[in-house]
Design a protein. Structure first.
Length: 661
């Protein structure tokens, strides 16, 4: 029992505080149930602080702790039809046969409680331990779907609304890919990414990571509505994002049909769910049913088992990326799982191999819980062959035999041979020509690979001498005159790409698109950048110690400076050219604007351009001098207040278009 308490506490900490779980939810629940059973059989040994008594979660040190006005409870879990029918029987015993259930999706994110006073969002608090949580208001305010100010005035003067913060799969994939490109550790799933984001200290960073929110319950001092369903309908009216896939059911069989439908259909959603929540609809009946120590008796969750299969681990191979990071990949005996054939699974890093204690030929359990890349969750030890060889993470680079290194505080191993390790060289060139960097038409990843193998290119700068090698190019298969011409034209045009793109294209570690832009704006010229000191670099907006050190290390290598000299000689852009704007009109000359909120048909960037192209000026903040505040949805309440106080006129996009007519 003691061992279980200890283990479960560690898993809770990994899940709630670190947002990096190392065990499947199902396994956790099984262990918790085992402990619960033992405690019932031997109450004399039960720990008074047992995890069976806790709602879960923990408090993070760096936020203010706020008590919840109404406790944030958890839900009982069920995994099969019988458990659910038992729940239905229990409900019937207390309230009879006349009732309905509301079936909702169980969003896989983290719960949040939002407090509104006088129609204004005043606080957003995480669940924490259920009675108090972290005040993360500024972070939550960056979420588009969370209204700061309700338009509808006819709402209770004070209420708490609860819901789930999550990240869409597409955003998760994109951001995780960016992290991979920057050599940063990737998140295992969207839930962890969302949880990690909500707990960030810098709200500016949070704003860059698109989070979303579904709301699913209302707490007020007195009951404004008779049923949960009615309250959800009203929440929509008040401007809250309530999920449309919610259903009113009259019997447990209807509930089971809903569960069965979503078991498959869930993979088509743009976000992840891990089950279904069933709630008794009538508030009066909910009250009659009441609560246990940690969950309501009027609601329960049905959790989908992650889809899992057993297959053989054939071998572990290692991929060397552009930054030199060496990533292990499990090659599996092909197997059908959730409608696709799985041949590979991610192993993330060396720690993961150790955690699983992988041996060659192991029979492994592979899970696809809606995540994109399947994952090995466990090894079937009973099937391990005698004398099986343990998988050992290599000490030498699998591509160039250089000794691998691991930087302090990082989980990934790197091959430091960035000048001669083939996949690093090819990867760097592929990054340089990529869409987000130099965007070179007529040149693709495979072509780069071929050119490298034929000895035509070995450095970025070699791309700019390809025109001298057209005889050799013509000898390559599938490379006609037209495609050579196109490619050379694309390469020539890339010389006009702005400095920030060139800088991003160089592939300096930790210098992503945004950082490259900040560096370009902050230094204006490559010579200023290559000679900048650590202090000068960290003084630039958004450049921290880690990025600055990486830049200094990069420009400290003579071969990198030599490349830059060559590229300069070929005519690439290494300084910021201030854009000369040719005005479309001078209709807005002398007028100042601030743009705030979100707009249906325009991005803020487009509106800014529209204003500047017609002679207007964008100001950074609201002051008495300001002529117009272009106001969109979900504008910050403090801005609104200030504008009102200073009598700055608020205009809509339509008003702006009117000014331009
Ligand atoms: S109702 C008292 N509805 O699941 C019950 N919870 O395991 C309050 N969750 O803490 C929760 N989707 O974070 C409810 N439609 C939904 C949900 C949902 C996800 C989460 C929530 C809760 C946990 C309980």
């Amino acid at each position: 029992m003691e061992a279980l308490v200890k283990e479960l506490n560690q898993h809770s900490y990994n899940y709630y505080v670190l947002a990096m779980p190392t065990i499947a939810d199902y396994e956790f629940d099984q262990k918790l149930a085992a402990l619960d059973k033992l405690e019932k059989e031997h109450p004399e040994f039960a720990d008074p602080n047992s995890p069976t008594l806790k709602v879960g979660g923990d408090i993070t040190k760096n936020f203010t702790t706020v008590p919840h006005r109404w406790p944030m409870l958890s839900l009982g879990n069920t995994y099969n039809e019988q458990d659910l029918r038992d729940f239905d029987d229990r409900v019937r015993k207390t309230i009879g046969d006349q009732f309905q259930y509301v079936c909702e999706l169980k969003f896989d994110g983290l719960s949040i409680s939002l407090t509104y006073e006088d129609s204004k969002l005043v606080r957003a608090v995480t669940r924490g331990d259920g009675s108090k949580g972290d005040d993360v208001t500024t972070n939550i305010k960056t979420i588009r779907n969370v209204p700061h100010q309700l338009k509808n005035e006819a709402v209770p003067p004070l209420f708490e609304i609860r819901g789930e913060i999550f990240m869409h799969r597409a955003a998760f994939d994109r951001l995780n890919k960016e992290r991979e490109e920057l050599g940063e550790v990737q998140y295992a799933n969207p839930r962890n990414f969302a949880a990690g984001t909500v707990k960030m200290q810098d709200s500016k960073e949070v704003a860059k990571r698109p989070l979303d929110c579904f709301l699913y319950s209302l707490n007020t001092d007195k009951n404004y509505f008779k049923t949960h369903w009615e309250s959800l309908e009203n929440l929509k009216e008040w401007g809250f994002n309530v999920c449309e896939h919610t259903k009113l059911s009259s019997s447990i069989d209807e509930v089971l049909a809903f569960i069965q439908y979503w078991e498959e259909a869930r993979f088509k959603l743009s976000y992840e769910i891990d089950g279904i929540v069933i709630k008794v609809n009538s508030y009066a009946q909910q009250q009659e049913l009441g609560f246990t120590a940690k969950s309501p008796r009027w609601a329960i969750s049905y959790k989908y088992k992650a889809q899992e299969v057993e297959t053989i681990l054939e071998k572990v191979t290692y991929q060397v990326g552009r930054t030199g990071a060496v990533t292990p990949v499990a090659n599996l005996k092909p197997v059908q799982l959730a409608g696709t054939t799985v041949k590979r699974a991610t192993l993330h890093n060396a720690n993961e191999i150790e955690r699983l204690d992988l041996h060659e030929g192991d029979s492994v359990f592979v899970e696809k819980g809606g995540e994109i890349i399947p994952k090995i969750i466990n090894v079937n030890l009973e099937k391990r062959k005698e004398g099986a060889v343990k998988v050992n993470y290599p000490t030498l680079c699998p591509e160039c035999n250089t000794s691998l290194i691991r930087k302090e505080g990082e989980v990934a191993f790197y091959c430091p041979n960035d000048e001669a390790c083939p996949p690093q060289i090819v990867g760097k060139m592929q990054h340089f020509i990529g869409r987000k960097a130099m965007n070179i038409d007529g040149l693709g990843d495979e072509t780069i690979e071929t050119f490298y193998q034929r000895g035509l290119v070995a450095h970025i700068s070699d791309l700019y001498t390809l025109h001298e090698k057209s005889d050799q190019l013509k000898t390559l298969d599938r490379f006609g005159e037209r495609s050579i011409e196109n490619m050379l034209k694309g390469i020539e045009q890339s010389k006009q790409m702005p400095f920030e793109k060139v800088l991003f294209g160089l592939g300096i570690r930790y210098v992503g698109e945004t950082v490259a832009r900040k560096l370009a704006v902050g230094t204006k010229h490559i010579d200023k950048l290559t000679s900048a000191s650590l202090e000068e670099l960290v003084a630039i907006d958004e450049i921290g110690q880690r990025i600055a050190e990486s830049i200094i290390e990069y420009f400290g290598k003579p071969e990198h400076l030599q490349q830059i000299d060559l590229l300069k000689g070929y005519g690439l852009q290494f300084e910021v050219v201030e854009k000369e704007i040719t005005l479309e009109s001078d209709k807005l000359t002398g007028k100042t604007f601030v743009i705030s909120g979100v707009f249906e048909n325009y991005s803020r960037e487009e509106l800014k351009e529209m204003i500047e192209n017609n002679g207007g000026k964008i100001l950074s903040g609201i002051s008495a001098k300001l002529n117009y505040l272009v106001a969109g949805d979900n504008m910050g309440p403090s801005k609104l207040e200030k504008a009102n106080k200073l009598n700055v006129p608020l205009i809509s996009v339509d008003d702006l278009l009117e000014l331009l007519k």
